[in-house]
Design a protein around this ligand. Structure first.
Ligand SMILES: Cc1ncc(COP(=O)(O)O)c(C=O)c1O
Length: 401
């Protein structure tokens, strides 16, 4: 046996990229909340971005049937053809757009789609432009594939969304594309259609990509006011450079099933397929079989009733929070979040969030999870909890504030 000199103390080599990944602040709040819960306190969660509904009965049934029929083997890496076709039909029915099912790839949630998409498009030395605030994992996915997330401050005057003017002034020779979410997490605001069109025009001039996370696309409100939701897939030349991400997690109430999809320019397909085979083999076979039932008429009717419940909660909370002293500079028109300005209530949103957790037992997320532009001024409320609980939360906060 050759002699191996023991290094003392032993230190496992940890890749330097880990230093670029920040922990999820919401998880820290959750830890404190669960300590309160263990001490017997009733904590109202307005923190986590997870619907309080589960999959409808038809989807549950489809899962059980798939198990009974043994449909549990690996599937094609890009997903089962019937689900890719069902999603294409969904785009046809909802948005009146035709998408070739061959361009639809089934993934392990929007997260799996994000990883595959970014790993295909960017690497060492590349930059991606993102709005600040945005969903924290986005910038971490970019870091994991070796590229740099360039966060651009987006205030309420621009609906917390990126503008074409910002894009043109920050695009450098290293920039490869743009990543936005509409409706956004944490703000619940959608990007104005003309702005998205202008962004697309600028991106295409620069040979870049436009990745649009539409995970909350199904949860759009004020639709009766002529505010018909549009998908970025309706943009001109979308099939050239637009990548749309979506998921069964939010509108379809299937967070833990880990299933999502993306729509790609065909040119990306061979690379995405290679990566998907190597990194994931395939998305969950059972979840895919069950997800087919999401598009049945009875399931869609349930999803629409739930969307209206979310809207009802939003309509209750907006004036209720304002009456507590929160300022809501842009009324959200989607997702299940309200990004509220706390400056009239406390010097720091983190102090306020901790105070509300400790004294009102209401758990919300301070802005620092979502970026670096004025995070101390904002908190995110999630209304993915029942109206009765939201009413109780407001009363408790009123007593503390
Ligand atoms: C904007 C956004 N994108 C992506 C995700 C990840 O979703 P999935 O469960 O589909 O991986 C989330 C989850 O909260 C999100 O808010």
């Amino acid at each position: 046996m050759p002699f191996i000199k023991r290094v003392d103390p032993f230190k496992l080599p940890i890749a330097s990229r880990n230093a670029l990944i920040a922990p999820f602040q919401v998880m820290e709040m959750m830890k404190t909340a669960s300590q309160w819960q263990m001490a017997g306190e009733d904590v109202i969660h307005m923190s986590i971005g997870e619907p309080d509904f589960t999959a409808p009965p038809s989807v549950q049934q489809a899962l059980l049937q798939a198990v009974a029929e043994g449909k549990t083997a690996y599937t094609p890496a890009l997903g089962i053809p019937s689900l890719r076709e069902a999603i294409a039909q969904f785009y046809q029915d909802r948005f009146n757009i035709w998408v070739d099912p061959a361009r639809i790839v089934i993934t392990a949630g929007a997260s799996g789609a994000m990883l595959l998409g970014l790993a295909t498009l960017v690497g060492q030395g590349d930059e991606v432009l993102l709005p600040d605030p945005s969903y924290p994992c986005n910038r971490h996915f970019i870091a994991v594939v070796g590229a740099t997330a360039k966060l651009l401050a987006c205030g309420p005057e621009q609906r917390f969304q990126l503008t074409a003017t910002q894009l043109t002034s920050h695009w450098s020779e290293k920039t490869r594309g743009v990543l936005i979410a509409s409706p956004s997490n944490p703000t619940g605001t959608t990007i104005a259609w003309p702005e998205l069109q202008a962004i697309q025009e600028e991106v295409i001039k620069r040979n870049g990509f436009l990745m649009v996370d539409e995970i909350y696309q199904g949860l759009r409100y004020e639709q009766t006011l002529g505010n018909t939701p549009k998908s970025a897939l309706s943009l001109e030349q979308a099939d050239q450079n637009v990548i749309v991400l979506n998921s069964f997690s939010k509108y379809f109430n299937m967070t833990g099933w880990r299933l999502g999809w993306m729509v790609l320019p065909s040119v990306m397909l061979p690379n995405i397929e290679k990566l998907a085979q190597n990194l994931f083999i395939c998305p969950s076979a059972l979840a895919q079989q069950a997800a087919l039932a999401c598009f049945r008429t009875d399931s869609l009717a349930i999803y629409e009733t739930r969307r209206l419940q979310f809207e009802q909660r939003r309509n209750y909370l907006l004036p209720a929070l304002a009456s507590l002293g929160f300022k809501i500079p842009v009324a959200p028109d989607g997702a299940f979040y309200i990004y509220a300005d706390t400056s009239a209530l406390a010097p720091s949103s983190e102090t306020l969030a901790n105070r509300l957790l400790d004294n009102a037992k209401v758990c919300i997320v301070p802005g620092k999870d979502f970026g670096f532009a004025a995070p101390e001024q904002y908190v995110r409320f999630s209304y993915a909890t029942s109206l009765a609980r939201l009413e109780e939360a407001v009363e408790r906060m009123r007593r503390v504030l």
